[in-house]
Design a protein around this ligand. Sequence first.
Ligand code: ADP
Length: 248
Amino acid sequence: ANKGAAILECEDVTVEFDGFKAVQGMNLQLQKGELRFLIGPNGAGKTTMLDVICGKVRPSAGSVTFGGKVDITRKHEHQIAELGIGRKFQAPSIFKDMTVMENLEIAMRQKRSVMATLFARMNSEDEGRLNGQLSMIGLSSKGSWRAGGLSHGEKQWLEIGMMLMQEPEVLLLDEPVAGMTDKETDKTGELLHEIARARSVVVVEHDMEFVRNFASKVTVMHEGKLLKEGSMEEVQGDDRVAEVYLGR
Ligand code: ADP
């Protein structure tokens, strides 16, 4: 049966750096409303896959299709972002001398045309969106805080909130919980699930406890290739996955 087109489809993707194949014939299909964890040992090619999807790295072979029809394999990073694929890197890129709310507002306005921005006045709809976003990322009581004064975890949530103000259909996150406290990590897991109710999310993650607690579907990469895909139980019960992780 046709389950509908994938929101994102990477087919047979290969990436070479000076003849070294960092990714080799990798396939990845993401459905709408899916939260997918991409795991694997260091050097497996996970970050390179995110780089390919967002247009930062050009694959030497293979294709990436967005929304079932748009070939984005050779599009530029900004075009891919405009189409609705947002990428968050590990280092936060917030404006630390502005307030939390101002940061969200900037992100909202970046989405609009220059004319609309020049003449824009905040209307009640905008205010509603900003407040809704603030609440979703758990910072309702800190809208007027200087962003630089937030904790590490809160800064990460603010950046996720800024991405969401641009209304991407797909979010690509690289180790979002790195450096977070246990409590912040759990809140982030819940936030990711909430985001995936309306959007699709790919998370590259090394924190296996986090993955165990929050992943429904996991893709394991090893040496640039797909090693295993399935539920956390299926992946954990796989001998090859155990071998790769534990060197058994
Ligand atoms: P992961 O995210 O799974 O740890 P990466 O995608 O970062 O893996 O890297 C995969 C492989 O490609 C590694 O061996 C890494 O050293 C290599 N690599 C990544 N980026 C580059 C680059 N720009 N130039 C050369 N080699 C790279």
